[in-house]
Ligand binder design. Structure first.
Ligand code: MG
Length: 389
């Protein structure tokens, strides 16, 4: 047996919204097509996977299937049926005996379903994955129910639909121009007997924006909280203002530092880096590096947020305490919170900024400098993103 899979991905489907055809939209960090193709190409009984694409989509396709071992794609036609025929014709050089035809927008095909299809295909020329209809069906017209449709023996067709190769190729050639909506309909028209393998609700077709969000939730790895702490001090020096939490605060002294000496943003940056075990602010932005001389510190915090996002996580909460006798920070509280929200993209209810004194004790009490200490709560994936069995 030589078994190939054909994935139909030539549609323009924008019903899910967005600028991209839905098969190239991402769920769980990867395009829907990637999920469909990776399950099929990883299956031990499938000898090759070919995707039928829209000719305009080649760059999207190349980006979507990076790292997968697939046959070269072929161009589809104006309808799904034409696209499948093009795909079937293109396989003939490979002498297939069986073919599975699958829609790219069903990313949750399981290896178990493929196993069941292969087993069933040993006895029949065609196999449909489908689920029995459980809802009561009504026929309506003009907004009024006209009748109840007997749901007995009714099935909802999914994909893959699998066939002996030569019969389905002949059936498709014979059905040219009919615009049938699935391949089993083509097989029916040719009198090919098609068996049913029961699929699952999980093998749903992503059609709407809501479906895409559902797919994303299913694929998203669970997130767990991690907590990081940060601490920073800068000494007072000459000046008439200082920077705290990205806000310019007028004062009769400034803060001394290689960058803008924003003790608040530095403590927050170290807290976020700490939560993901990514060293400290000095590791990423050396105070020996002239590039950061006088730099505004918002970029440090944004860099830390970027590292979190790169690892599939998100910052959930920031809590900062600034420790000094002066300047008085209460008047600046709201604008500091708003500025940190602007820098980070967090909502203001995810940001806490507090101020305290040390009752004139210690270096902050002697007004030698300002200290900041911060706690960041970060939600991180338990496992890296990727397909699940
Ligand atoms: Mg610092």
């Amino acid at each position: 047996m030589r078994t190939f899979a054909l994935i139909v991905a030539a549609g323009r489907g924008h019903r899910a919204g967005g600028a991209l055809p839905k098969q190239y939209r991402k769920a769980g960090g990867q395009p829907l097509l990637w999920h469909s193709a990776s399950v099929l190409s990883a299956h031990p009984h499938i000898d090759g996977v070919r995707v039928v694409i829209h000719p305009d989509d080649r760059p999207l396709y190349d980006a979507a299937v990076t790292g997968l071992d697939l046959l070269s794609p072929v161009a589809g036609g104006a309808t799904r049926q034409e696209s499948v025929l093009n795909g079937l014709e293109s396989l003939s050089d490979l002498s297939p005996t069986q073919v599975l035809i699958h829609d790219a927008a069903r990313p949750f095909l399981s290896a178990r379903t493929i196993d069941a299809i292969m087993a069933s295909l040993a006895d029949q020329q065609g196999v449909l994955v489908a689920i029995p209809v459980v809802d009561t069906l009504k026929r309506a017209d003009g907004g009024l129910v006209r009748s109840t449709v007997d749901r007995e023996n009714l099935w909802r067709a999914q994909t893959p639909q699998a066939f002996a190769y030569q019969p389905i190729l002949d059936a498709h050639r014979a059905a040219t121009g009919q615009n049938l909506t699935d391949d089993v309909a083509v097989a029916e028209a040719a009198g090919i007997e098609v068996g049913i393998v029961e699929g699952g609700e999980r093998n749903f077709k992503v059609t709407t924006e809501e479906d895409l969000a559902r797919a994303d939730r299913i694929l998203a790895p669970p997130l767990s909280p991690r907590v990081g702490s940060g601490y920073d001090v800068h000494a007072f020096g000459d000046g008439d203002h200082l920077w705290l939490c990205g806000v310019r605060v007028d004062h009769d002294q400034g803060l001394v530092g290689h960058s803008d000496a924003d003790v608040g943003l530095h403590a927050l940056t170290d807290a976020v880096l700490g939560a993901i075990g990514a060293q400290d602010i000095g590791y990423h932005f050396s105070d020996k590096d002239p590039a950061w001389k006088g730099a505004s510190s918002d970029r440090f915090l944004q860099h830390a947020f970027g590292l979190v996002a790169d690892r599939g996580g998100r910052v959930q909460h920031l809590d900062l305490t600034l420790i000094c006798e002066a300047p008085k920070l209460r008047p600046h509280h709201e604008i500091m919170v708003a500025r940190v929200a602007e820098i980070t993209g967090l909502r203001i209810d995810q940001i806490s900024i507090k101020a305290t004194t040390t009752e004139q004790l210690g270096f902050t009490g002697r007004r030698e400098g300002i200290a900041g200490q911060a706690v960041a709560t970060v939600m991180m994936p338990d496992a890296p993103p990727g397909p699940r069995a």
